[in-house]
Design a binder for this molecule. Structure first.
Ligand code: C2E
Ligand code: CA
Ligand code: CA
Length: 284
């Protein structure tokens, strides 16, 4: 197997080889990084369109790498998925988010936002998912209604029935389930109807085309409207992601989206920054 690996190695061009080495190095560093506490979580508000308030907060993981500086999730989540480290890493993020959610609940009572946590495909298939979530909720004392889990279409629309059953259990516990980046994967609409899902998050790539009426991408605008109508027909709420301009926020509100997320309102940041927005209100 070693000789085989060497032969394949020889076929790589030098550039490709260097990025591959960097990838492997990063990948190998993940477990120790988790042990040493090099990961941290930023939070980004989900803003209610009606009252411009913070209804939820998405937890987004980052890596404070000792040599490379701050790395975004796009640099390491894929690697963690490949190696399986995503399961303990994802559990760590979930626990941090629940601890933070509990802090907000203590400070703000019933008005506290829910925390929304991304679940990788591998986590959604993990047989311990439900018991892990239950244990973390129990330990942190967070009300299950103040937790939302975000899964992509591919995580939800698995071939096996298992992910479905665990989602159903989580939903029964009172946890909110959201479909992330909706419209970018493939969803079986018939299936969607029977899923224990509460919210659709429309991918920023569709929101991008929304502008003032005359300068708008008509196809993107039509897609957003269709997705919102579909969600509402299914009894789900909708969050629009990647809202960067006032025009987009206005268009989003017009289509009946309940919630929006994006740089217009706030960039992902430390929990203190979100706290200020919760108390002081959201600009825009
Ligand atoms: P996502 O779940 O779609 O998260 C939203 C991404 O869009 C975040 O990127 C956020 O910073 C970015 N974003 C927010 N508002 C705007 C905007 O107005 N314009 C633009 N252009 N971008 C905006 P980030 O933090 O780099 O995360 C990238 C992806 O990494 C996430 O996409 C998610 O799929 C994944 N991810 C992040 N944290 C976790 C985690 O704890 N577990 C797992 N499994 N995946 C995670
Ligand atoms: Ca997400
Ligand atoms: Ca998303």
């Amino acid at each position: 197997a070693k000789a085989d690996g060497k032969r394949r190695w020889a076929m790589f061009d030098p550039d490709r080889n260097a990025t591959e080495v960097a990838r492997l190095r990063l990948s190998a560093q993940l477990p120790a990084a988790l042990e040493r506490g090099e990961f941290y979580v930023d939070y980004q508000p989900l803003v209610g369109m009606r009252r411009n308030d913070v209804v939820g907060v998405e937890a987004l993981v980052r890596w404070a790498h000792p040599e490379l500086g701050r790395l975004g999730p796009d640099r390491f989540i894929g690697l963690a998925e490949e190696t399986g480290l995503i399961v303990p890493l994802g559990r760590w993020v979930l626990r941090q988010a629940c601890l933070q959610g509990r802090r907000w609940a203590r400070e703000l009572g019933a008005d506290a936002p829910f925390v929304s946590v991304n679940l990788a495909v591998r986590q959604s298939r993990d047989p311990n998912l439900v018991s892990d979530v239950a244990a973390i909720l129990d330990e942190t004392g967070l009300d299950p209604a103040k937790l939302q889990l975000e899964l992509t279409e591919s995580a939800i629309m698995g071939t096996a029935d298992e992910p479905l059953e665990s989602l159903r259990e989580l939903s029964r516990m009172g946890v909110r389930i959201a479909i992330d980046d909706f419209g970018t994967g493939y969803s079986n609409l018939a299936y969607l109807r029977h899923l224990p899902v509460h919210e659709l998050k429309i991918a920023g790539s569709f929101v991008e085309g929304l502008r003032e009426a005359d300068r708008e991408d008509p196809v993107d605008a039509r897609i957003v409207r269709t997705l919102v109508d579909l969600a509402h027909a299914l009894g789900l709420t909708v969050t629009a992601e990647g809202v960067e301009t006032r025009a987009q926020a206005r268009r989003i509100a017009e289509t009946g989206c309940e919630t929006a997320q994006g740089y217009l309102f706030a960039r992902p940041g430390p929990p203190e920054a979100v706290h200020e927005l919760i108390i002081g209100g959201v600009p825009g």
